[in-house]
Ligand binder design. Structure first.
Ligand code: ADP
Ligand code: ZN
Ligand code: MG
Length: 492
């Protein structure tokens, strides 16, 4: 951790860290949660607005069914119980980008509760409780320009006002910044698998507030927590938490008390600083939203969404290990993206060589893509083409080393493996007669090495193999080369 700290490890070891995360995820609906305005990111400011999301008096919200379906999907993906009956509530506060003066959210009767997700750190799996998943609308965005008092201007863009969000609140089950990082990564992967959000942090479709406290190891009561807001990457959240933990331990070590407050992370200074004292639920004067009926989710709807759930990453990883006999490491890496996992399965089935397919997809393909400045997509190298390459290498038509060059060519030109092999005459030479010809020339040209070999320095054979490989541009079958050379060199 790049956190500057004076805290000795043995002091830190006396404390237990407690972390709970509140994550906002923007749902991928076409229109907003309570009106028909578009949710498209990057539209001209205030162009995606109407009386409802501008908060004009008299406008009435109508709930977007797709938003609820996606929220249910997310909740089920997090193993939550979906409540057949939930309610929207007004959360009142003043902010310039909140035109109604309240946000429609859910409070005492949320859509879903009592879930969990599993993280894995150093080979150990741990369940982290998900307290609740509720639906709410996003606020608008304030943009600030200028620094000097005279030219400071603020703008308000209400395109985001009314965009559907889910808030996912974790139990205080996380015990380190690393566990928090793992939780966020797993959460994001699940949301991407479910296709309910693009989870793009730069565009604000995934935002995280981190609550953290420390307590002396063995203490029963939690310490006072602080909340860190405004952190725009998982790595920064991990760092902000590490910083905050040390800051709190220092306060407690000095006999002080941690102030319950909201703090901001400054990534340039790599520290947090106080923003405001913590607000409490009663500050928001929550009350049931009178303009919306209760949200009723009948069993049939719930079951329909349940049936639409894809296989989730952890289950896929376990299945890859079982079904394809993959090492755990490979399976875990393959399932980090659903597109990559699907691609692997296609290639593995086509070539019947799952372990080789995994190696090519995890190591050689990214390298080849990188050479051409491309990123993974299932169409860059169609699964059938990669399967063909794997097959040719396994069959011995080409060596693995040449296979890498062939793959690079395939990425660059969109050609198939066999096309590249034929066009470039790259097929492996396994014919002993052809190899013997080259071997004889090399033996004849290097009497000194022949002498060494014949006088018992058999390691010289490796040198001869290298020479033949070089002469055949690496296309000779190494095993045949060895056999032929032994015969040609005779002796020992
Ligand atoms: P508040 O009422 O202050 O909003 P909540 O009980 O709603 O607090 O919890 C908000 C988040 O903070 C949850 O993710 C929860 O797990 C976490 N949390 C609660 N208490 C603590 C604590 N003492 N230390 C760290 N995290 C906590
Ligand atoms: Zn609108
Ligand atoms: Mg709360």
């Amino acid at each position: 951790m790049p956190v500057e700290t004076m805290i000795a490890p043995e002091v830190r070891a006396r404390y237990e860290v407690v972390i709970g995360l509140e994550v906002h995820v923007q749902l991928l609906t076409q229109s907003k949660i309570f009106c028909a305005c578009s949710t498209r990111f990057g539209a001209p400011p205030n162009s995606n607005t109407c009386p409802v999301c501008l908060g004009l008096p008299g406008a009435l919200p109508v709930l977007n069914r797709d938003a609820v379906t996606m929220a249910i999907k997310a909740a089920l993906g997090l193993n939550c119980t979906v409540n057949p009956y939930s309610r929207f509530a007004r959360k009142n506060y003043f902010y310039p980008d909140l035109p109604k003066g309240y946000q429609i959210s859910q409070y005492d009767q949320p859509l879903a509760e009592h879930g969990w997700l599993e993280i894995e750190l150093d080979g150990v799996r741990k369940q982290i409780g998900v307290t609740r998943v509720h639906l709410e609308e996003d606020a608008g965005k304030s943009l600030h320009e200028g620094f000097a008092d005279s030219d400071r201007v603020s703008y308000i863009d209400l395109n985001r006002s009314g965009v559907p969000l889910i808030e996912i609140v974790s139990e205080p089950d996380l015990r380190s910044p690393e566990e928090s990082y793992a939780y966020l990564t797993e959460l994001k992967t699940i949301m991407l698998y479910l296709e309910v959000s693009d989870c793009n942090m730069e565009e604000g479709s995934l935002r995280c507030d981190a609550n953290v406290s420390v307590r002396p190891r063995g203490a029963e009561k939690f310490g006072t927590k602080t909340e860190v807001k405004n952190v725009n990457s998982f790595r920064f959240i991990q760092r902000a938490l590490a910083y905050e933990i040390d800051r709190q331990i220092e306060i407690v070590e000095d006999g002080g008390h941690v102030q319950q407050e909201t703090r901001l992370w400054d990534s340039r200074e790599q520290r947090t600083y106080a923003m405001r004292t913590k607000e409490h639920a009663h500050d928001y004067r929550y009350f049931p939203e009178p303009d919306l009926p209760p949200l009723v989710v009948p069993d049939a709807w719930l079951e329909e969404v349940r049936r639409s759930l894809p296989e989730l990453p952890q289950a896929k990883e376990d299945r890859f290990i079982r079904e394809y006999r993959l090492p755990k490491q490979d399976a875990a890496l393959l399932v980090t993206s659903r597109a990559q996992a699907d691609y692997f399965e296609e290639v593995a089935k086509l070539c019947g060589e799952p372990k080789s397919a995994a190696n090519w997809i995890l190591n050689d393909l990214p390298f080849a893509l990188d050479q051409h400045g491309k990123t993974f997509s299932k169409d860059t190298v169609p699964a059938a083409n990669l399967a063909e390459l794997v097959t040719e290498v396994v069959k011995g038509t080409i060596t693995g080393k040449i296979g890498k060059d062939v793959l690079s060519e395939m990425v660059g030109n969109g050609t198939s493996a066999l096309e590249v092999i034929a066009a470039k005459g790259l097929a492996q030479i396994s014919d002993p007669e052809k190899i013997a010809q080259t071997a004889r020339e090399i033996v004849a040209a290097n009497p000194k090495q022949v002498e060494q070999y014949r006088s018992g320095k058999t390691a010289t054979l490796g040198w001869f193999v290298g020479q033949v490989m070089k002469a055949t541009r690496g296309q000779a079958n190494a095993q045949v080369v060895q056999e032929v050379l032994k015969r040609e060199l005779g002796g020992s």
